[in-house]
Design a protein around this ligand. Structure first.
Ligand code: AP5
Ligand code: MG
Length: 188
């Protein structure tokens, strides 16, 4: 199995790159943001609860998120590996993921972080907001998502760096160029 955590601030290209890497390496794309948006659209109890947090750009509570991820991993018993996109976002989530993978005799092999400047993130997300209408792509919520990333999510980087699994990638350039940079990391 190959398990990748695709990491980076909002708008850094996690979703865009995850889709391409999954095809190339036959991995399962597990995006907590996508799952939560689906729950929200279907108005499930979790979706209703998550809506209040997502609308403000705050994190959904760890307990709800890990339960959801456990369920998603279990439903792909024979996967070749996973690309985790937007997860883990706190140390507690990272510890949970390690344990869950250990029970399956596997681990996170790479934390790939997409480095993108603040101005470029905001520009990409405002543009996406106009095109796709994601409700959290508004100036105020974008700024809060970036702030939450720095305050609550960035500590996850040192968690993996201490385990020798930290691989920064320049996230600015064409989508193809960035995919190529990630592939180079994975091919060591
Ligand atoms: P989530 O859905 O994970 O959103 P996010 O982290 O804010 O990231 P985005 O999806 O906005 O960006 P991305 O990095 O995927 O970039 P993309 O490829 O789309 O989370 C949403 C919310 O859900 C959170 O705020 C939280 O409330 C909740 N949540 C989710 N997971 C959680 C968790 N684990 N714990 C707690 N709460 C959680 O690219 C962005 C745009 O740029 C696109 O339009 C794309 O076309 C464009 N683009 C991509 N690459 C390039 C490039 N190279 N050049 C130019 N444009 C590009
Ligand atoms: Mg995304």
């Amino acid at each position: 199995m190959t398990n990748i955590v695709l990491f980076g601030p909002p708008g850094s290209g996690k979703g865009t790159q995850a889709k391409r890497l999954c095809e190339k390496f036959d991995l399962v794309h597990l995006s907590t943001g996508d799952i939560l948006r689906k729950e929200m659209n279907e108005r499930t109890p979790l979706g209703k609860k998550a809506k209040a947090f997502m609308g403000k750009g705050e994190l959904v509570p760890d307990r709800d998120v890990v339960e959801m991820v456990a369920h998603a991993i279990d439903s792909h018993g024979y996967a070749n590996g996973f690309i985790f996109d937007g997860f883990p976002r706190t140390i507690a989530q990272a510890e949970f993921l390690d344990e869950m993978l250990k029970e399956r005799d596997t681990e996170v092999h790479y934390l790939i972080i997409l480095d993108v400047t603040h101005d470029e993130l905001v520009e990409r997300l405002l543009k996406r907001g106009q095109i796709e209408g994601r409700t959290d792509d508004t100036p105020e919520v974008i700024e809060n998502r970036i702030k939450v990333y720095h305050e609550q999510t960035a500590p996850v980087i040192s968690y993996y760096r201490n385990k020798g699994k930290y691989f920064p990638v320049n996230g600015i350039g064409s989508i193809d160029e960035i995919t190529e940079r990630i592939v180079q990391v994975m091919q060591g």
